[in-house]
Design a protein around this ligand. Structure first.
Ligand SMILES: C[S@@+](CC[C@H](N)C(=O)[O-])C[C@H]1O[C@@H](n2cnc3c(N)ncnc32)[C@H](O)[C@@H]1O
Length: 230
């Protein structure tokens, strides 16, 4: 499993991984150094398997890979014991929207080159963001007011490249979903609001030489009532 732009993701600690699984966490060096300091603080680097507890350490082999994903990064991944001949699940959650547009195609191309059949990929993009219309959307307004960060200014303007089409041309099965597809499918989650920031989000799922899991990437979930949320 490779988490691209892993940030403070703690899946390695929380999920019941199969024994054979290694979780690689790729992010910028300063982010991984900060994460390490947080994990040291809560005892989260101990190699003890204690389900549900960060203090018990990761529940799979966890390897941090400091790298900038705009540059060449796979040499660092391979140096950290990544085996390109083994099928990999790649996850880029909340990453690609912050990368320059050109990096999106580079990223899928590099992932393809390191993915034998049986590999899967999921990533999130934002299409056609209109900063003027979305400036006052609650998430952006709150981050601006509380943290002084203008998230909208971090997204690259201009039309996104067709990275899902690029994957399809290389033999991957693909499916594209909005966040609201998950709401409909799972019976819970955000519903569209006026000038909704989430309306620009797309989740892209891809699988090479194997089926997409669940219903085109939408995994089975217990039915629950749909709840509204901004
Ligand atoms: C919004 S966070 C998402 C973190 C995590 N995937 C999650 O969903 O909780 C975006 C992450 O991408 C990382 N990132 C952004 N640009 C990057 C780059 N050029 N190289 C490596 N990581 C990058 C950031 O450091 C940050 O940890």
């Amino acid at each position: 499993m490779v988490l691209l732009g892993a940030g403070l993701d703690t899946r390695a600690h929380r999920l019941p991984w199969p024994d054979c699984c290694t979780v690689f966490e790729v992010d910028r060096p300063e982010v991984l150094a900060f994460k390490r300091s947080v994990l040291v603080g809560v005892g989260g680097l101990r190699g003890v398997d204690a389900p549900g507890s960060l203090g018990g350490g990761p529940r799979a082999e966890r390897l941090a890979v400091p790298a900038d994903l705009r540059d060449e990064w796979t040499a660092s991944l391979v140096a950290a014991a990544f085996a390109p001949e083994r099928p990999t699940a790649w996850l880029a959650e909340g990453l690609v929207l912050y990368l320059p547009l050109a990096s999106e195609l580079d990223l899928v191309s590099v992932i393809h080159a390191h993915s034998p059949p049986g590999s899967m990929l999921a990533y999130e993009i934002k299409q056609d963001v209109d900063p003027a219309r979305q400036r006052d959307f609650p998430v952006y307004a709150a981050v601006r007011e509380r943290l002084g960060i203008d998230l909208l200014s971090l997204f690259s303007p201009g039309p996104r490249p067709d990275s899902a089409g690029e994957l399809a041309s290389r033999g991957w099965s693909t499916a594209v979903h909005t966040p609201f597809d998950f709401t409909r499918h799972d019976g819970r989650g955000p519903l569209p609001a006026p000038d909704d920031a989430l309306a620009a989000n797309r989740w892209i799922f891809a699988a090479l030489g194997t089926e997409l899991p669940g219903d085109q990437g939408l995994c089975p979930a217990p039915a629950r009532p749909v709840s509204g949320s901004a």
